[in-house]
Design a binder for this molecule. Sequence first.
Ligand code: AHR
Length: 515
Amino acid sequence: MKFVSTAAAIAVALATVSVHSATTVTIETNAPGAVIHRNIYGQFMEHLGRGIYEGIWVGEDSDIPNTKGYRKDVVKALKELQVPLLRWPGGCFADEYHWQDGIGPRDKRKKTVNTTWGGVIDDNRFGTHEFMEFAEMLGAEVYINGNLGTGTPQEMAAWLEYMTSDSDSTLANLRRANGRKEPWKVDYFAVGNESWGCGGTMRPEYYADLYKHYATFLKTPADNQPVMIASGGHTEITDWTRTLLEQVPDVWSVRMQAISHHYYTLPTGDWETHGKALNFPASEWFSTMWQTLRMETFIKENIAIMDELDPDNKVGFYVDEWGTWFDAEEGDNPGFLYQQNSLRDALVAALNLNLFHKYARRIQMTNIAQMVNVLQAMILTDKEKMVLTPTYHVFKMYIPFQDATSLPVELKDAPQLTQGDKSIPAISASAAIAKDGNTYLALANTDPDKVQEIVLDAGKLRSASGELLTADAMDAHNTFANPNALVPTPYKVKAKDGRLTIKLPAKSVMVVKLK
Ligand code: AHR
């Protein structure tokens, strides 16, 4: 079966050029693509600002309602989000984290300085046991990022033994003495983070040697072998992917099963002045969309190298950090990377998720940065208050895509938005057959002013129903005082005369089930 739709859009806002065009959207239901791994919806939680302390962990004695130290409100919201995977403890923090500081009685744990993020004291109340218990509460898989930068192979190997060994070893018994009898399953393990930068300012060749060196000693029981991840490049960089695939042999002893890649969306593209989270100029709506869509080029160029050097698709390409990065909120510790989250972030989320679906054959995991109170967060907290962000709502709307089978979507003659010498498509779309057997369609309209009319040639289709996220203001957002200012609303349309017409509002995200 083929669903064919036509979108007509007349002009563009923000644009210096008006464009008249029509789009034909074809969903190839007869040519299913790769399965969209649920871990594309993975989350990242680092010891950074209020991401863990206050955002997740408040301790058992806190006045903030908690279960064994974990915030009740946050846990409930994350369960509803069906978070499939958690990455911890960093980020840059990972390469300075010594796991033994975070085990044993909490009041006796070492106090360390978080030199990367705000220079604050981390008293290590949240360590391996707390992280693993949190993941179990959410039913999420775990992705542990090892310390290559300031740790040794012995320390890394010992951490894995502590977590996974069911033997009578001293480390396994120490875990038991600290309250955990059974070994934990470690689903994913990375050797270092951003080794080109905060993880050690290395050359890819040097890192490839270190990866082999460390990985050789990372031994876990046969039934508890994490997927091993090498630290890769970022943004437009591809030489890490090439060097790693050329220099790390395809042998079990050093198995490299994925290469990580990072890309952050800055409205200005400038690390000195990123751009504001709210009250931004209209031009930065467009520039943010343009910057975020660069992701596709980075994915394509890295995948081209992988297809050349790993034609059997054995090695995954994991975008294990992505999302918006704005100027930190005024008055806050700039090292805490706290920022508001608006309708613009919702569009960024949808555009990236649609891309990850498209390249799901290689991209089997991504982690948005970061889950609570940091960068493009799902949740913001202020002491006992909590608010869900527009990005949270997009992730929730997209739940049917977890483990769904992607369907190729063709957008023909899509209307373009243009600003100066740059253009972007006004419509982004993704479709899949979900585990419930239904076909879902996700749509995003990047045009801040114009409705896009999507006409689905119904065939056997009778209706489209789901949810819509939109608002009048580009920076519409939720606050602690008004937490439901921007929430999804139900959307339903029925076929008429054999045609199904979806009116996709300006600056909106929609997910519908096609019946
Ligand atoms: O997510 C914040 C930081 O961004 C991470 O610690 C680091 O890996 C990246 O540079």
